[in-house]
Design a protein around this ligand. Structure first.
Ligand code: ZN
Length: 251
């Protein structure tokens, strides 16, 4: 199998005393996201580098991957930031991480009366963002009822919301109906069978949209890699335009 070119990076708030750090939450959360993106989306592509699927990484906002990765510049990285609605610097955070979006509109979408998150990609793919609010989950957890089942259901439901926002960041629009791109779903940890976030899947048309986005990125990266390899082997690249700043030589 080809190496995985793409990565999904989930960045959570830094607090360690959170359900977001509990394996009863994190294991089903990860499985929910990769079940959609690796088993459905990636497998629908004819491109081997897309078919290889996504690496999944989850870290806090203070961990090295959150700082080191330049999410605005890496076309193969799809990040999703988990945020609390009530943090004092939410507007500043959104303005910092998503300078192309209107912060007030994003905050409305993140709220309980909105879809609970916000995600988008530039027409030319030059930036992409995905945010999901944890507030509705926090409101239902931490009431002395945090059984493994409820934490697991939180993992599946928040995982589904993250899938929806990542879907936007791979080019999908909201799609009212019974698929994961439906803009709103109930969040109720005591009603596991009723949430679209818990058990819905992407519609075929949205899978096709995401595959087209990923194929384009994979083709561009492969072409760039090929140009570099050609330059290393035989001096100036054949018909490629200038490779300003590209490193040649050792791998
Ligand atoms: Zn949406």
């Amino acid at each position: 199998m080809a190496d995985q070119l793409f990565k999904i990076l989930v960045i959570r708030p830094g607090s360690t005393a959170s359900f977001l750090n509990d394996p009863h939450f994190t294991v089903p959360f990860r499985a929910r996201i990769l079940g959609q993106f690796n088993d459905l989306v990636a497998k629908a592509s004819q491109n081997d580098r897309v078919r290889a699927g996504f690496v999944f990484v989850m870290c806090t906002e203070y961990d090295p991957p959150a700082k080191k990765e330049d999410s605005q510049a890496s076309p193969t990285l799809f990040w999703a930031r988990l945020v609390q609605e009530k943090i004092p610097n939410l507007k500043g955070l959104l303005a910092d991480l998503a300078p192309h979006m209107q912060p007030d509109k994003a905050i409305r979408q993140l709220s309980a009366t909105g879809e609970g998150g916000v995600g988008a990609i530039a027409d030319d793919g030059s930036w992409k963002v995905a945010f999901a609010s944890t507030t509705a989950f926090e409101n239902q957890l931490g009431m002395g009822r945090d059984s493994q089942e409820r934490l697991g259901e939180a993992g599946r439901q928040l995982g589904g919301l993250v899938c929806h926002e990542l879907g936007h960041s791979m080019g999908c629009a909201d799609r009212p109906g019974n698929s994961l791109m439906n803009p709103v779903s109930i969040i109720d940890l005591d009603e596991p069978g009723k949430s679209l976030w818990s058990n819905g899947r992407f519609a075929e048309a949205d899978i096709a949209t995401m595959v087209a986005t990923l194929n384009k990125v994979a083709e561009a990266v492969t072409k760039k890699d090929g140009a570099k390899a050609g330059a290393t082997q035989s001096g100036p690249a054949r018909s490629e335009p200038s490779k300003t700043g590209a490193k040649t030589g050792t791998k």
